[in-house]
Design a binder for this molecule. Structure first.
Ligand code: GLU
Length: 553
């Protein structure tokens, strides 16, 4: 009776019982094997690539099984909340090809029968369960001040004992309801703690879908359930929300693994059926030979916005993350070059158990493949969308020259081995700038990149002759090359590598140097797609003009 009195004093407005909510949120009717998963970010405004990684695993497993993937906003730490973060999360996930079946759809809007999907709007639900725990003697108010708690920590450090609020150290645990009531009535501040029933001598056997079989001692910490601001801690909210929302699989970062004993106890004391758990590895970075967590402060690539800014297509990032999730993705992709990645079946048990290494070079390789398979029109559309936001000059140039730009993006695309020029859109300018006079003529002599075997003077000598003699109407690459070769031989260049090696002094160089001269005159670069194609796209007049101006450098 006195526990009930205490509960009523703590929660005077709570009239419902847990039963009300358990009945309100009916068990989901799902087909066999369907998984209900969720993405549960805090609205801090920072989208970490690890969030996309976690969301992707959740989304794939729900979608593959014909289940439900929902968005729950974990905003119980209201100090960290940032305006616009919920909308940004929804938009970001959408850009990465992930849409939610249920949950928040905007700052104040949601869809689905298991809401509210925002924790700050669920206080009454948490309080209902908390009140019930108080009545059952499984939760109690704790009046310890911050000073008392830090004194406790010091004492435990000195005694070299496990830190925390538990057992003999839990001062408020054994207050009688009357004593607690007297403190509340005297205006003392308090929080609500779990009265743990666990014993660290007893071990819990557990099966994690990624980590496999694990075991750990039972929880005995009287963790905080409801904080001073009336909102729950992550632990308490997790147990109640995932139970009432019918989550079948809690797939979350491995940083939560150490809290699992608490969650196991909470599910038990609340009388809930426990979901399955999968703890996904943290994304790590190789930093001078040692592995560390990808850091929001130190690593630009930790922020999702980075990928957009430098211009990795979202699908490249997703394919890269799938590759981390299941290393068999790479082989699958090779065997199925044209299939949509959604066709790839993700398996939790094939996931690496320990820290996943983030490798930007690998991401770029994957992205080059992805872009090389896009049609020129698609490359164009993607590029101008990116450039509009991040490179105004290129946006203007490319859109003003749409036809040529599409031809440029189509170079060597149609064949069986399409060129793999770009990994991200910010690399495009440097690789195609020479098609545009506005950029090409801005270059100074020191920016010209000559092949190792060629000097600027030698290249000019070639161009001086070539520009008057070459066949501007060659109708194929072969015809163009034969013409170039003939001019080169006349100029004293050698057409045969063996012969050249045997008598290098007899020649000015190889025919490849003649080609290199033409390439450099037209592009200022030693490495470009096929010169004949470049000349065809530039057109006769521009080619002539470039040769003339090259001689003036
Ligand atoms: N809000 C928690 C986080 O962002 C969610 C963890 C979970 O998925 O349960 O880490």
């Amino acid at each position: 009776m006195s526990l009930e009195k205490l509960a009523n004093i703590i929660f005077p407005d709570i009239k419902n019982t847990p039963k009300y909510y358990i009945e309100k949120y009916a068990k989901r009717k799902l087909r066999d094997g369907a998984k209900v998963t969720r993405y549960a970010p805090s609205p801090t405004g920072f989208q970490h690539i690890g969030g996309v990684f976690a969301a992707l695993v959740n989304e794939r497993l729900a979608s593959q099984s014909g289940g439900v993937f929902y968005l729950r906003i974990e905003d119980t730490d209201q100090k960290r909340e940032v305006e616009g973060a919920i909308e940004d999360t929804i938009q970001t996930m959408h850009n990465f090809g992930m849409d939610f079946n249920e949950g928040m759809t905007g700052k104040e809007t949601s869809k689905g029968e298991y809401g509210p999907y925002r924790q700050s709007q669920r206080a009454e639900i948490y309080n209902t369960f908390a009140k019930d725990l108080v009545i059952k003697g499984l939760a109690y108010p704790c009046f310890c001040t911050a000073e008392e708690l830090s004194a406790l920590r010091e004492k435990q450090t000195a005694e070299k004992t496990t830190p925390g609020y538990y057992g003999e150290y839990a001062k408020c645990r054994n207050l009688t309801p009357e004593e607690a009531i007297a403190k509340i009535e005297a205006g003392e501040e308090y929080i609500l703690r779990l009265k743990s029933q666990g014993n660290t001598e007893t071990r819990v056997e557990f099966h994690d879908l990624i980590k496999g079989d694990i075991s750990f001692p039972e929880n005995n910490q009287d963790i905080v359930l409801i904080k001073g601001d009336g909102l729950p801690t992550y632990h308490f909210a997790h147990a109640i929300d995932d139970a009432l929302m019918g989550t079948t699989h809690v797939i979350r970062g491995e940083e939560w693994l150490s809290s699992l004993p608490i969650h196991v106890e909470l599910f038990k004391l609340l009388g809930f059926e426990r979901p399955q758990y999968a703890h996904i590895p943290t994304i790590m970075k190789n930093d001078n030979g040692s592995k560390r967590k990808l850091s929001k402060r130190k690593d630009a690539e930790a922020a999702v916005s980075y990928y957009k800014e430098v211009g990795y297509p979202a699908v490249s990032v997703i394919e890269y993350l799938l590759n981390i999730i299941n290393s068999s993705f790479e082989g699958w992709r090779e065997e199925n070059p044209t299939l949509d990645y959604h066709e790839f079946p993700v398996h939790l048990d094939k996931m690496s158990k320990s820290g996943a290494l983030f490798d930007i070079v690998k991401l770029s390789d994957i992205s080059k493949n992805v872009i090389s398979k896009m049609k020129a029109d698609v490359v164009y559309d993607n590029y101008i969308t990116w450039a509009k936001e991040f490179d105004e000059e290129m946006y203007k140039l490319v859109t003003a020259n749409e036809k040529i730009s599409k031809e440029i993006f189509n170079i060597d695309k149609e064949g069986p081995k399409p060129r793999k020029d770009f990994a991200k859109w910010d690399e495009v300018k440097d690789k195609i700038f020479y098609f545009f006079d506005e950029l090409f003529y801005k270059e100074t002599a020191d920016q010209i990149q000559l092949p190792k075997t060629l000097t600027l003077e030698a290249a000019k000598e070639v161009i001086k002759v070539y520009m008057d003699k070459y066949n501007a109407d060659a109708s194929s690459q072969e015809e163009w090359f034969e013409d170039l070769k003939a001019i080169g031989l006349e100029l004293g260049y050698c057409g045969n590598k063996k012969e050249y090696k045997a008598n290098p002094d007899k020649y000015k160089g190889m025919i490849s140097d003649v080609a290199g001269s033409v390439r450099v005159a037209l592009s200022h670069r030693s490495n470009t797609p096929d010169i004949y194609t470049i000349m065809s796209i530039l057109g006769k007049d521009k080619v002539k003009e470039r040769f003339e101006k090259f001689l003036l450098i």
